[in-house]
Design a protein around this ligand. Structure first.
Ligand SMILES: [Cu+2]
Length: 228
């Protein structure tokens, strides 16, 4: 019996090990631009909360808000039933960078008592352009149709920016404050993995994921040379 169990376990364990991770960090070298003050004086509500430009957030050479995702080699995923939320709080898009899967619902909210005009783009093309008068405005619902970086701007407050990295597969993550990322549920295989940052642009790497061990990847940006 125990032998049978051992055989069963031997059969089951490789299946459980099918889901690996691609994990690592995004590093940045060179001269990191000093975050300037955002000029939010034109709107009295926004002006109450002084803020600096969050375009480049780097600590100890590690870069935050980088979308790292499998760009080639993975099949399309069934869109998750969870809703991706993009809020507007204190006249900023929150989060700055997040991810979605083609077919997944994305919701814009307004947590502020003032008008925001949500204007989203894929490249130069407008996806939707809609005003939200205040925090009582009903959320705007949008379903991601194509992969790429969905850019969010507000036509009232020119400093407002948000980004949703949309992919056909669900294999993506965004670097946190430590500059690290972890993509879960990656079957063993060969992939092209891409990193994207709003100021420093795109890098790609070929990554082989083997059963039983996480694939470690480091992306490196040069703040003096790399541009989106
Ligand atoms: Cu606004």
């Amino acid at each position: 019996m125990s032998r049978l169990l051992a055989i069963a376990a031997a059969l089951i364990i490789p299946a459980a090990a099918m889901a690996e991770t691609i994990e690592g960090a995004v590093e940045v070298t060179g001269k990191i631009p000093v975050a300037g003050k955002l000029h939010r004086e034109a709107d009295p509500f926004c002006a109450k909360t002084p803020m600096t430009d969050p375009t480049v957030l780097a600590k100890g050479g590690k870069l935050e808000n980088v979308w790292v995702h499998v760009s080639k080699g993975a099949p399309p995923a069934t869109p998750p039933s969870t809703v991706v939320s993009m809020d507007q709080k204190n006249c900023m898009y929150v989060p700055r960078m997040t991810t979605a899967v083609v077919g997944q619902k994305i919701e814009a909210k307004n947590g502020d008592p003032v008008l925001h005009n949500v204007h989203t783009y894929l490249g130069a093309a407008t996806l939707f352009n809609k005003g939200m008068p205040n925090d009582k405005a009903a959320p705007i619902e949008y379903v991601a149709k194509e992969e790429g970086v969905m850019k969010w701007k507000c036509d009232v407050h020119p400093w407002m920016r948000g980004y949703v990295g949309v992919s056909k597969n669900a294999l993506g993550a965004v670097t946190g404050e430590s500059g690290s990322f972890k993509i879960d549920n990656v079957p063993p295989g060969k992939y092209t993995v891409e990193s994207w940052h709003e100021k420093f642009g795109t890098k790609t790497q070929e990554v082989t994921v083997e059963a039983g061990k996480p694939a470690k990847v480091t992306f490196k940006y040069d703040a003096d040379k790399d541009k989106a």
